[in-house]
Each structure stands twice: as structure tokens, then as C-alpha cells.
Design a protein around this ligand. Sequence first.
Ligand code: SF4
Length: 520
Amino acid sequence: MAGDDIPLLSKSRFTSGLQCLRKLHLSCFQPDLGTPPDAAQQAVFDAGALVGEIARDLRPGGVLIDEAYYLHDEAVQRTRGLLTDTSIPAFYEAAFTEEGIRVRADILARTPENSWELIEVKSTMSTKKQHIPDVAVQLMVIEKAGLTTERVSLAHLSRDYTYPGGEYQADQLLTIDDMTDDARAYVGTIADELAVMRRALSEDEPPDIAIGPHCRKPYDCEFFAHCRAREPEWTIEELPGLSAKKRTQLRDGGTLSILEIPDETQLNAAQERARQSVITGSPQRGDRLEAELNKIVTPAHFIDFETLGPALPVYPGTRPYEAVPFQWSDHVLHQNGSVTHSDFLADGSEDPRSAFVDSLVSQLTGAATIVVYSSYEETCLRGLQAVLPDHSAALETLLTGRWVDLLQIVRGHYYHRDFRGSFSLKSVLPALAPGVAYEDLEIRGGMVASNAYLESIRPETSARSRKKLRQDLLAYCAKDTKAMLLIIDAMRGERARPSGLTSKLSRALRALWPFGALKT
Ligand code: SF4
């Protein structure tokens, strides 16, 4: 590719290039191969944009360069035209192009010395390592454009902030960290990094880089599905808990597929179960699986919570990203093998936590076992103890009962090759109960559920939409708790069942399950 054809970089392309040169190449030349953001990711982006708008009040009275991103040259012209107007104290989204790099600065504020302060805004709770190149590349471009930059800062959500209600106050919501030294130190490395990126971009084909942990850190890569398709069907990346050392050892030895792993390779128990499952095509059960499952004593309550955790708190007294539970589902396995279901979904604009706890405590009183999938529910209840002291004793009684984490049982004692290396409920359920996947639901993830709940309680939402949203929420949460029963049923399998209890459970599930055939 001729040098003139190398595309301009942007701040996001630069950070993509730091994460993976293949990602950079694909995002420049084949962006359509990326997976568009889903509703949950879009909600995160939207929340970030909202935080960015609020942050402008940190340096008020500025001018917004509101030309769209695809009108970058126009935005640069307008920025340049206004910079000399010393009556303007700040710019939001000021645009620059230097050294083949385009940037838009969240906030560029004039200092008393007629120099500039660059403020990058993030909706994180702290400054992170990956933010340094992000601000450094902006600093470099802005200074190449002739601006003297006195200070480089990063504004992020404050850990000390508690929402008092009403409008968000930027100076309370956000904390500003000085990153001047880090950014200046990093600028010195940018030229070399740009040279490497431009060399990669001068090639016709994207670099041949295998998938690995870098696909998720520091950011989820939108090309993962595309790159995963280049790997063997049973890629070693699906070995649970694969360490960097083991990955390197296997790849350096030319082993790309789980099927090719030499017998003498040292694998931990979960990895060996995964390997055997792929080789044989059959699920692998650990010796202690049944004993672990027998810790579930009836009446057993299989519970799941849905929570809100928005960057911008909704209820007075809550903090950014604080989990506020608004819904629970409980499938109860009784001693005679029958299964019943109860649920709670808050309503109205009030803080749902008290009603949530009252209903949950009442529901779980008398439970012999509380079964969860991950420690999230316990953590959530511990958090509620701190903020609802009147409920603390009742919650303590629940928390000191018999809890069984089904995720730990699956992770430690069972593997089905269709887990594909993941033990999340969304991976495990379709593997063990095909036809009972989440695709038939309108809501398929926690973030979408959280947004649906917020939508349902907005005064502007019509009664019809509200009813539909609530139906979708109830169906989603119920699926998570029913899934745990199905998973136990499938893990035991017909031959492994020690008593008539599980067969009764299967019949009860068939009678209750509205989503399709069960696999046993
Ligand atoms: S999925 Fe991984 S290997 Fe592929 S482009 Fe993204 S980061 Fe690179």
C-alpha cells in the first residue's frame, strides 16, 4: 500500500493500535467485520456521553464545537478561528489534526496564564493505566498545533459522591486527577508507536495475530467474532483458566486446537475435563459432583436478582455504579420434587430496596438451602445491610443460612464441550438444555434488564409499553432461576441419579417450563 494511502489516525485508532495492530488494521480498512455494539454496550456509551456533557460544567461558559465527527476538517477550522478569542474560557470537543492524527478534546480550558488545561472525561471510578496514552496523544497533537498546555487532567466519577437528588453537580460528581507528568512522559514514546502502526497499515493484509487475553483488555474488541472464526473449532483459547504461560507453551509448540494437546501436557482438573469432553464429545463429571449437588437440601430456593447500577445514580442516597436491586425470582424445589415459582418486581419511582428486602426475607424464611449462580446475590445483600440498617438483622439471618453457589459446582466438577470455556449461565444453559436458550427472550442480559426497568418506571412510558417491559423482565429473571434447576437435572443425567428425587424434578420442570423441550 502506498504511503499516501495510509489513513489518518484518531485517538481511538491510536489506542486500538496499542491494543492490537490487527484491530487497528481492521478498524481502518474493514470496519464492517466488527460486531456492532449491542444494547448493553450502547447503554454504556450513552452513559459516558451524558457524563461528558455534565463534566463541561467543571469549566463553565465555554463554546461547544458541535460539528459532527465526520465533519472533522470543518471542526478544526472552527476551533482554529475561535482559539484567539480570549473571551472564551473553554472549548468542548475542540478539534485538531496534526501529524496525521485527529483528536477532539473533551474540555480545553484557558488558564489564567493564557495557557491551556486539557481535561479528558471518563465514566470510570478511577484513573486507569490505559488512560495515559489516551491523554498523551491528545497532548502531543494539541501542542503540535501550537497551544501551550499547562496541565493535563482526567475527570472521573468520584468514589465519595452520594447523589443528593435533583441535577447532577459536576464538581461533586467528578474528581479531577492531574496526569500532566504521566502524559508528558508518554509523549516521548508515541513517535515509535506511530511508526509501528503505520508500518502495519502499509500492508495490504491485517497482521496475523491470534486471539488471546488482549482481545478483552483493556477493551472488548469488536472483531472478536471475526478473529475467532479463523481459529480451529476447538481452539485452545477455550481451555478454562488458560494461563499466559500455558498458552505460549502450547502455541509455540504448534498446538492450536484442544484436540491436538499432547497427552503428557500438564493441565489442571478443569482443563483436563474440558479436553476429555472435546475428545469424547461427552460431558465430563468430576467424582465429587454428586456429593456437591447433595448439599442442596430441600426446600431449596434458587434465586436470582436484577439490579440497577448506573454511572449516574438514580435514587438519592446512592452512589455511581452502586447496585440497587429491583427484582428477584425464586424457584423453590420442595421435598416431594415439586417446583413452585415466586417473584418480585418493584414498581414506581421510589427507591426499590426496602420493598425488595421485605419481600425477599418473607419469601426465603424457612429455606433449607439458598442456591445462587455466582456470589453476586450474597454480595448484594451484604451491601444492603450497610445502607438499610433496619433490615440488617433479617438479612444476617438469611446470609448465615446454607448457601450453595452452583457456579462453583459446575466450574469445579463438570464440563460440557459446548460451554466453550465459559461457565456463565448464558453459556452453560444452552449447552445443557438446547432449545432453552435466551434468544427467545426480549431481555437477554443484566444491563438490558436494568435499562428496561428504568424505562418501565419513567412517567412518559405508556401503560402498554410498561406492561410489556414488566412481562419481559419477569420472563428474563425467571429464566435464570429455572436455568439452575435445568442445569442440575442435566448434570446428573439419567444414569447418575441417586434417587427418585431428580426424576420427579424433571417431571415438575417439564410441567412448568414454558420455553420448549427439555434435554435430559
Ligand atoms: S479480536 Fe483480538 S486478535 Fe482480533 S483484532 Fe481484536 S484484539 Fe486483535
